[in-house]
Design a binder for this molecule. Structure first.
Ligand SMILES: Cc1ncc(COP(=O)(O)O)c(C=O)c1O
Length: 416
């Protein structure tokens, strides 16, 4: 594939696989989609997999002995294998299909949490967590009386590692942290944080919603106990997510949801749970979304996760340069070399919603609000911010359109 000099990948050619990216809006302006941290778009290959599954391969899994059900079951289990390989898990049954990252974290909070956490125990989070990695632990605290603590960030939006380590103690049962912040873009040193947590005897859950889609993942190198992420943030369909869990921990956990498929035996007196991974997949699972996720993984592997990571950092770097030149911008988060392709900012004197609205009129889609991270925004002293988040199909020209949109914003507001 031809690549422009010095760029790790050819976004112009890749984006031709994404029909929605050719959309034109508001008087024939090209749609500039910079809301990829919320959800990404899908290439034709993934869409075709979904159509093919419904047209030719669809039946319920693990239930029938008829041909179609066997086909569907085989493909569903192959999807599990492709996720296992993608994150380098040791065993296929350590990969649990859920409905999304939020569901995966809730599963751990309900199942592992209720079994292992007591009043007086502590759960350590970071202040940069998404609500999905805060509220399930607060609910656990309501049920058990455990205490939630938050590791702080420095003025650049980077985790204060010494303070994080100082908060670890013999009462810390669990550490739950984002690999990459969905607001700051900060890349956390997951491997060393996990090692520190393990030295303190804590179990670690990594919220990898913003990292798995953008860089190579190796859950064994991390030595993570649990890892949660979503399919829709990595070219896959919505409605499918992953919980990776270390076999030893999953084996000891009670099922969270009860119903079909998760049992070995049911009598009028009770039930015996099934084996992994079925024990945590009660009811009809996200069959077709899981097949779509396999196709998304194949696509990402064909582009190359290392290249994606390097390319998105270049986009973030360029965005910093151009936005800085516009003036009146405050960046939330560290300089580009410490972050992923997420650039959040505020514009002096202009509300985040106004910023997003004016940009939308230019065809540029960015996020405005608290991005499901209210404690972080409180800490930063802002009510709302804007976020441009990139994927490998975004181009340097689109970054320039973002900057041009901000120029237009100032023109509009100065005229008032
Ligand atoms: C860091 C992080 N964690 C968790 C989530 C929740 O993901 P989902 O809504 O797919 O469950 C998100 C979504 O934005 C996120 O960015």
């Amino acid at each position: 594939m031809a690549t422009a000099p010095s760029l790790p990948l050819d976004a112009e050619s890749l984006r031709r696989d994404f029909p929605i990216l050719a959309t034109r809006i508001h008087g024939d302006k090209p749609l500039v989609y910079l809301d990829n941290a919320a959800t990404t778009q899908r290439p034709r290959q993934v869409i075709q997999t979904l159509v093919d599954a419904y047209e030719n391969r669809y039946a319920n899994v693990h239930r029938g002995i008829h041909w179609l059900s066997e086909q569907s079951t085989d493909l569903y289990e192959e999807a599990r294998e492709s996720v296992r390989r993608f994150i380098n898990a040791e065993r296929r049954h350590e990969v649990i299909f859920t409905t999304g990252c939020t569901a995966s974290i809730n599963l751990v909070a309900r199942s592992w949490g209720d079994q292992n956490v007591r009043a007086g125990d502590e759960i350590l989070l970071t202040i940069m967590e998404h609500h999905s990695n805060i509220v399930p632990w607060q609910q656990l605290a309501q049920r058990t009386g455990c205490r939630i603590r938050f590791a702080p960030i420095d003025s650049q939006g980077r985790l204060q590692v010494e303070q994080f380590e100082a908060l670890l103690n013999e009462r810390t049962r669990l550490v739950a942290l984002a690999a990459v912040s969905n607001v700051l873009g900060t890349i956390n040193p997951v491997e060393s944080l996990i090692a520190a947590a393990h030295r303190a005897g804590a179990v670690v859950l990594v919220d990898a919603a913003q990292s798995v889609p953008h860089e190579p993942t190796d859950v064994r190198r991390w030595d993570a106990d649990f890892v949660a992420f979503s399919g829709h943030k990595m070219l896959g369909p919505s409605g499918v997510g992953i919980l990776y869990g270390r076999e030893r921990l999953l084996e000891a956990m009670p099922p969270f949801l009860g119903g079909g498929s998760m049992i070995r035996r049911v009598t009028v007196d009770g039930f015996e749970p099934g084996d992994l991974p079925a024990r945590f997949e009660a009811g009809t699972p996200p069959i077709v979304p899981a097949l779509g996720l396999t196709s998304a993984i194949e696509y990402l592997e064909s582009v190359g996760l290392e290249k994606i990571h390097r390319y998105e950092q270049l986009l973030a770097e360029r965005a910093h340069e151009l936005l800085e030149a516009e003036g009146d911008i405050r960046f939330l988060g560290p300089p580009p070399e410490f972050k992923a392709g997420i650039v959040s900012f505020t514009v002096d004197g202009i509300h985040a919603h106004d910023v997003a609205q004016v940009l939308d009129r230019q065809g540029v889609a960015i996020r405005a609000g608290h991005h499901c991270a209210m404690p972080l925004h409180k800490q930063l002293g802002v009510v709302a911010s804007n976020r441009a988040s990139f994927y490998f199909y975004n181009t340097l020209e689109e970054v320039e359109l973002l900057a041009a949109g901000l120029r237009e914003l100032k023109r509009v507001f100065r005229r008032r």
